[in-house]
Each structure stands twice: as C-alpha cells, then as structure tokens.
Design a protein around this ligand. Structure first.
Ligand code: BES
Ligand code: MG
Ligand code: ZN
Length: 477
C-alpha cells in the first residue's frame, strides 16, 4: 500500500522532477550547478535517471510532441508515471519526493501520479513467492495534486484495481456466489448497498434470459443490485450502470473452438466495471444517486444447457429465438435492461465484453458505442473518454442492422448476420430500452494478453475511470 503525503523539499531524499525542457531541472532537483544532465546514468522508459551522492534523481522531461492530441499528451504522463514506478522498484528504493515546475499543468501532474499508482497493481493470489514491493512512499511537493485531489485519485485507482481483481480471478474461485460476496464486501467498505436476487427471485421476475443462459450451469444465477443513494444527491432519477456478469463463457452448446475460450474468465469485465464505478462514486462521496445492475451466471455446456433453436422469454415478455448460445451476453443483459425501466433512470449505461466484432474495430485502445435518446449525455461521456484515455467509437445504428435480428418463429433472434456483429448485438439490447441509453462494448480493452504501460497483463479495469469521470460531471449538474 502506497503512503502519500505532502511536504517541502528534503535534500536527502530521492527526487523526481517533472518539467518541460531542462532549464529548471538543477534548481528543482537540488543538485549543484556544475552538474550536467548528460551525466545521466541511463535514459530509458522516457525518463532520465542518475545517482548523485547516493541520491537518485529522476528527470521526467515533457517535451510536447506537436502531432499528438491533448488526450494523447496527457496519456504520456500516465505512461511516464508507470515508467517511474518500474524504475524505482528496480532500484529497490522505498520513497521518493516528486516536484513539478510551472510548465506542468494540473491535468499533467494528476495523470503522472495516477500512472504511478495504477502501475503498482499486482495480482499475486496464486503465486507462492510474493516479493514485497519496495516502493511504498511518495512525498508530494509543489506543483503536485493537493490532498483532496489525491483522495479522489486514490478512490478511482482502488476501484480500478478492485475491478481488475474480479476479472483476474478464475471461475474456479469467482463463481456467481463469490462475485456477489465481493460486491457486498466492497459495498460495506465504500458505502453502497448490495441486494442480491438468487434463483428464486430471478424466477419470480421471469428473467428468462438469465435463467436460460444458466441452464447448463451447476452454480445458480445471481442478479446483483448495487445502490448508492446519498442524502445530498443532485438527482431524483438514478444514473444506472448495467454490467455483463458472465463469470465464464465457454460458448455453451455452441462451444468456443480452438483457443477462443481462453481468457473468457474476463467475460464479467462489464460487471466489474459497473461495480468498480459505483465503488469509486461512493468512496469519493459524490452527491449522485447511482445504481449498478449486474446479472451473473456462467455460460457452460451441460446436460440441460440451452441449445440453438430454443426459444426463451425475457422478463418483459419478448420471445427470443436462440440461434447461437455463444451470443449469451445480450440475453442476460436484456433482463437487466428491462429491470432498469422500473427505476425510471435519468440514463442507463451498459458495459459488456459483448462481441469479438467490437474488439476487431477498437483493439484494446477503446470501446465501441451505441446510444438512443441520450444525445445530451454522449458528448460528456466522449469527453470523459478522452480525459481518461478510454476512448469511444460510435457505431452506425442503421435500420438494416436491426432487420438482421428478425426471427421466423419468435419476436427477435439473438444472432445477426455475417457482418456488423458489434452493431447487431447493440441493436438487440436497444429493443429492451425505453429510456436514455448508451451501450459500450468493452470486449477489446477489458483484458490484455500483454502488459502495456500502467496496465498489467490480464484485467485492466476498463470502464471504471471512464464512468467515474462522467459521474463527477453529472454530480455538479
Ligand atoms: N464474450 C464473448 C465476446 C468476446 C470475444 C469478448 C472476445 C472478449 C473477447 C461473447 O459472448 C461472444 O461469444 N460473442 C460472439 C457473438 C456471436 C456468437 C454472435 C462473438 O463475438 O463471436
Ligand atoms: Mg459468448
Ligand atoms: Zn460472452
């Protein structure tokens, strides 16, 4: 756990200097005037590093590259934060002080600190040997975020790591019951309430999508309702996050072939993001009435599992012809979107690792988006995407895509055509909404096979920082 405090310059402590250009560097680092930066021990990972009288000095020089957007420049500060974290760890230092000069703006110093903290994450639950991290203390000097900002950054970083943990935990441990248990624990800590509908409650509400996907499973389904309703909330109607909670996706009877099943423990990444976001909102005590709805089950083969050709009935009475059991996320989300109607939301944002087709469009670099009746919110959300570097790409909602979901024997089919898989999946969900709604397909960014910057391999916590940034704006409206 990192300790963060504020103080004034200590000439004995290892020092990190943030500045654009190198003019101010010697003064800020407290090194004597004869010292030249060329003496740097090494320059790697975007940092310059040297040791003077056993004191480590890091220069994080920020020469703005002209062909980058503002969002990309800010992202570079997060990456440099991650590079610093790695070097401090490599040198086995315990504490550093960080100072920024006037050439560094508020967003940049915040991003740097966020990058340091996000990159400290490790998932060691199954490692016999757990090496202690040496880097445990940061002293913030002038130009760095103040105490209240630090609290906010810590809230969103711990929420992101909470979501990463959920994604990284394999289904042998994290089944539906354990997932609900983690939500309860998080709620107790952060200050939101968790209500859980078990199988009986789900049957009572006739959630045929969630029950259908669960048919092949030994573990019961769960419908998780996370509520944060502070007394000073600015909104009467809740902001609702809906997250796909497929704790494992084998594809079901349409079993995933070859290697396609690997990493499907991450198929509750949307649920993790929704829960992580409400966790951050509650921890930061935003005056915003917020709800997260997370339908959870695994999608398994089994004697009684759904098969293609089955017809199931969603909780609003819509019948669905199941043409492919691997298109399961939309079935459980349909019931959650119907449930959301009763809460009269100001806006519903759903997040789901829904389609390989979305991943093919965005890679791990952003998410695919579809919306309905939500024009007044979309720009704010897109801006949040730029600010936290979880960018959003809008898909077409042309009616031809909707037509692909026609069924001969039921109201709607769960499978579109050969092309536009990310859009048709979104169009399916759209059928179950009657409120301002935004859909985010996070299949690309939710899980990384290889570490990248401040993200380790595995769960990334994608969606958490995005939704928290957006919620902050809603809390002042
Ligand atoms: N969970 C998968 C989508 C997915 C794929 C997430 C790759 C992350 C990485 C989803 O349930 C799925 O299987 N989708 C199918 C839909 C198809 C059957 C219409 C897909 O994308 O192939
Ligand atoms: Mg699937
Ligand atoms: Zn899935």
């Amino acid at each position: 756990m990192m300790t963060l405090s504020h103080n004034t310059f200590d000439p004995a402590l290892h020092t990190v200097v943030l500045c654009k250009g190198e003019t101010n560097f010697q003064k800020l680092a407290g090194v004597n005037s004869g010292y030249l930066l060329d003496q740097s021990k090494k320059e790697e990972n975007l940092l310059k590093h040297t040791v003077i009288d056993q004191r480590h000095v890091f220069l994080v020089s920020m020469n703005k590259t002209s062909d980058l957007s503002e969002s990309e420049c800010i992202e570079d500060f997060r990456k440099k934060g991650a590079a610093l974290q790695a070097m401090v760890e490599e040198e086995e230092l315990a504490a550093v002080q960080i100072i920024a000069d006037q050439t560094i703006n508020r967003k940049e110093s915040e991003a740097f600190l966020e990058g340091v903290l996000l990159s400290q994450y490790q998932f060691l639950n199954y490692k016999s040997e757990k090496k202690e991290q040496s880097f445990t203390k940061i002293v913030l000097l002038s130009g760095m975020p103040d105490a209240s900002k630090v609290d906010e950054i810590r809230a969103v970083v711990s929420a992101t790591c909470f979501a990463r943990d959920l994604v990284n935990e394999p289904v042998i441990t994290l089944n539906t019951q354990e997932l609900s248990h983690r939500f309860i624990e998080a709620g107790n800590e952060a200050g939101f309430v968790t209500d859980i509908l078990g199988k009986a409650g789900i049957e009572e509400l006739k959630m045929g999508g969630l029950l259908g996907v669960n048919k092949g499973s030994i573990d019961p389904p769960a419908f998780n309702i996370l509520t944060y309703k502070p007394e000073n909330a600015v909104n009467d109607k809740p902001l609702i996050f809906v997250g796909k909670g497929v704790v494992y996706d084998t594809g079901g009877s349409n079993l995933k072939p070859g290697n396609y099943m690997t990493t499907m423990k991450s198929d509750m990444g949307g649920g993790a993001a929704a829960a992580g976001a409400i966790y951050a909102v509650a921890k930061a005590k935003l005056p915003l009435y917020t709800v997260a709805l997370i339908p959870a089950t695994d999608n398994r083969i089994g004697e009684n599992a759904l098969v293609p050709d089955d017809v199931i009935t969603i909780s609003d009475g819509t019948t669905v012809e199941v043409k492919n059991t691997d298109a399961e996320g939309r079935l459980i989300l349909a019931d959650a979107l119907v449930y959301a109607k009763n809460l009269q939301p100001m806006l519903v944002i759903d997040l789901a690792t829904l389609t390989g087709a979305a991943e093919a469009i965005t890679g791990s670099y952003g998410s695919a988006m579809i919306h309905k009746d939500a024009e007044q919110f979309v720009d704010d959300l897109k801006e949040s995407g730029e600010a936290v570097y979880e960018r959003l790409h809008e898909l077409p909602v042309w009616r031809e895509f909707r037509d692909q979901l026609k069924s001969d024997i039921a109201d709607i089919s769960n499978l579109g055509g050969r092309i536009g898989g990310a859009t048709t999946a979104g169009m399916f969900l759209r059928h179950f909404t009657d409120y301002p709604w935004i859909h985010l397909d996070i299949a690309g960014p939710a899980f990384l096979e290889k570490a990248e910057g401040y993200k380790k391999s595995g769960g990334t916590g994608a969606g958490v920082r995005l939704l928290f940034n957006f919620a902050k704006k809603m809390a002042v409206k």
